[in-house]
Design a protein. Structure first.
Length: 467
C-alpha cells in the first residue's frame, strides 16, 4: 500500500458515457483541483464551502481549455474517504477524461489503486471492514436479493449484531479477569457461573444462526447451482439453451456431443440460478467422454438442485443409484420429449423432489418439451420452490462472505470450548482465554483486531479502480 498522505485520482465511472466523473481524495485534493480549474465566477476552490458545486473549465498546462466541468467539493472528515475530496464531472469522451487525468498527475496526483478509496474510508474510520466489503458486493449485485443483502451490510446491520455480541462477551471476560485479580481470595466469584453459561449459550446460538445463513447468502450471491444430468441424447443441452434463452450449448442427435461441463446463469423470479449442462451418462470406451462423465458426477455433488432428465422410464436400479448419489439434495425428475412420450410412460411412479431420507413429501415428476418449450415454465417454478430461498428484507442479516463464515465457525468452536470448560468446572483463567479468542474472531470480521496487511490487500484487490 502506498503512502496514504498522497492525493489520489481515478475515473469513477465507465468511459464512453455522456458524463465521466473523476474523483480525487487526499489532504491536497482541493488545492490540486484548484490548480487546473478556472471557476466561471473567478473564485478559488480554496474558499469553497463543503457540499458545493462549481461550474468552470479545466485548463491544460498552456492555459487552453480541455473541457467545461462541474466540480463538487467535500471537506474532511465529511466525505466518502474521510479526507478532502473533489469530484469533477466532465463530458464522457475518452480523450477528455484521459487529458484531465493526465493534468492531475502533472500537478502532483497519482493514479488510485483498486479499492483504494474504500480502503482509505476504512482506515479513516468511516466504515468497518464488513461494510467496506459490502461496497464491492453492492456494485456487483445482480438481483433484488443480493442488492438488499449488500445494502443491509453497508448500513451496518451485521456490524451492529456483532457489536452487541462483543459487548456481552466483554462483560463476561471482564468479570472473569476481575476474579483473577483477586485470586488470593478463592471464595470471591464475580461472574455467576449459571448466568455465564446461559449467556454463552445465547451468544453461541446467535453465532450459529448467522453462520447457517451463509448457505442462503452464498446461493443468492453466486447463484443456486443446478446440475442437469441424464443419459446421452435426452435433451440436456436443448433444455439448458431453453432455460438460458440463448444457444449456449451445441445440440446434436449424435450421442456424446457434450463432453465437458457448460455453465451459465439466468434469473428466475429474481433468483440467480447457475445451470450446469453435463456430459451424458453412459458406458463408453472414449477416454475424453469418460473424463466428461466423471465431471458430471463431481458437479452433481456440488449442486444444490439436480434435474434428472429422462426420455423413458428408468429402471429400479437407476432410481436407487440416483437417490444414493443425491442424498440431501433437491432432485427434480423431469421427462423430456413429452410430445413423443406414449401414454403408458406417463404412469411413472411418484418420485420425491428430495432424495433425503427425512423427506416425506412426494410429488409426481414433471413432463416437458425442451424443444418446443412446453411446460418449461412449470419446471422454472419447481426450481424456485426447490431453491427454498426466503424473502430477504433490507433489515435481514445474511452472511455472504466466506471470510465472515469461517470467522464465525472459529468463534463457535471457541465458545463451545467455553461451555465445555464450564461444565467441567474449569478455572476462570482457562474460560477467559477462550472468550478472548471469540472476541478476536468476531473482531476480525469488522476489522477491529486486524493488523495483517496481507488480509487487507486480499480484501481490497478485487475492487474496481475508482472505488
Amino acid at each position: 500500500m502506498k503512502n496514504q498522505e498522497e492525493c489520489i485520482c481515478a475515473l469513477a465511472t465507465p468511459a464512453g458515457g455522456a458524463i465521466g466523473i473523476i474523483r480525487l481524495s487526499g489532504y491536497d485534493a482541493i488545492t490540486l483541483t484548484d490548480k487546473i480549474f478556472q471557476s466561471a465566477n473567478g473564485k478559488s476552490l480554496e474558499e469553497a464551502k463543503p457540499y458545493t458545486l462549481h461550474y468552470g473549465e479545466i485548463k491544460d498546462k498552456d492555459g487552453n481549455t480541455i473541457d467545461d466541468v462541474l466540480v463538487s467539493v467535500f471537506r474532511a472528515p465529511h466525505s466518502y474517504t474521510g479526507e478532502n475530496s473533489t469530484e469533477i464531472s466532465c463530458h464522457g469522451s475518452r480523450y477528455i477524461l484521459q487529458q484531465v487525468l493526465h493534468r492531475f498527475t502533472e500537478v502532483g496526483c497519482r493514479q488510485a489503486e483498486p479499492g483504494e478509496y474504500t480502503r482509505r474510508a476504512y482506515l479513516n474510520g468511516k466504515m468497518d471492514l464488513s461494510q467496506a466489503e459490502a461496497v464491492a458486493d453492492l456494485i456487483a449485485s445482480t438481483n433484488k436479493a443480493t442488492h438488499k443483502m449488500a445494502l443491509s451490510q453497508l448500513k451496518g446491520h451485521f456490524s451492529n449484531e456483532l457489536s452487541l455480541l462483543r459487548e456481552k462477551l466483554l462483560k463476561m471476560t471482564s468479570l472473569l479477569e476481575l476474579e483473577l485479580d483477586f485470586s488470593d481470595h478463592e471464595e470471591l466469584e464475580f461472574a455467576d457461573r449459571s448466568e455465564l453459561q446461559a449467556l454463552a449459550e445465547e451468544i453461541n446460538h446467535k453465532i450459529t444462526t448467522l453462520a447457517h445463513s451463509f448457505e442462503t447468502g452464498n446461493a443468492l450471491k453466486q447463484g443456486v447451482a443446478v446440475a442437469i444430468v441424464g443419459k446421452t441424447n435426452v435433451g440436456k443441452s436443448t433444455l439448458l439453451n431453453r432455460l438460458l434463452h440463448e444457444e449456449k450449448a451445441i445440440v446434436s442427435d449424435i450421442h456424446g456431443t457434450t463432453r465437458d461441463v457448460i455453465e451459465d446463469t439466468t434469473l428466475i423470479d429474481g433468483i440467480t440460478f447457475r445451470f450446469i449442462d453435463t456430459a451424458g451418462i453412459r458406458k463408453t470406451d472414449d477416454v475424453v467422454e469418460n473424463i466428461g462423465i466423471e465431471r458430471t458426477f463431481q458437479k452433481m455433488e456440488e449442486a444444490k438442485i439436480v434435474i434428472w432428465l429422462l426420455d423413458e422410464q428408468p429402471s429400479a436400479s437407476e432410481i436407487e443409484e440416483m437417490k444414493l448419489k443425491n442424498q440431501g439434495k433437491k432432485l427434480l425428475v423431469v421427462f423430456n420429449k413429452m410430445d413423443k412420450l406414449e401414454n403408458d410412460k406417463l404412469a411413472f411412479d411418484k418420485f420425491t423432489h428430495s432424495c433425503g431420507s427425512d423427506s416425506s413429501e412426494s410429488e409426481a415428476p414433471l413432463f416437458i418439451s425442451a424443444r418446443t418449450g412446453e411446460n418449461v415454465s412449470s419446471l422454472e417454478q419447481a426450481l424456485v420452490k426447490a431453491a427454498d430461498i426466503p424473502e430477504i428484507t433490507e433489515n435481514d442479516v445474511i452472511i455472504t462472505s466466506a471470510r465472515h463464515y469461517e470467522a464465525l465457525l472459529r468463534a463457535h468452536d471457541s465458545l463451545s470450548r467455553v461451555l465445555e470448560s464450564m461444565e467441567m468446572g474449569m478455572s476462570g483463567d482457562i474460560i477467559a482465554e477462550d472468550l478472548k479468542m471469540v472476541l478476536e474472531e468476531l473482531g476480525e470480521i469488522t476489522g477491529g483486531q486486524i493488523s495483517s496487511q496481507e488480509t487487507l490487500n486480499n480484501i481490497f484487490k478485487h475492487f474496481c479502480i475508482g472505488k
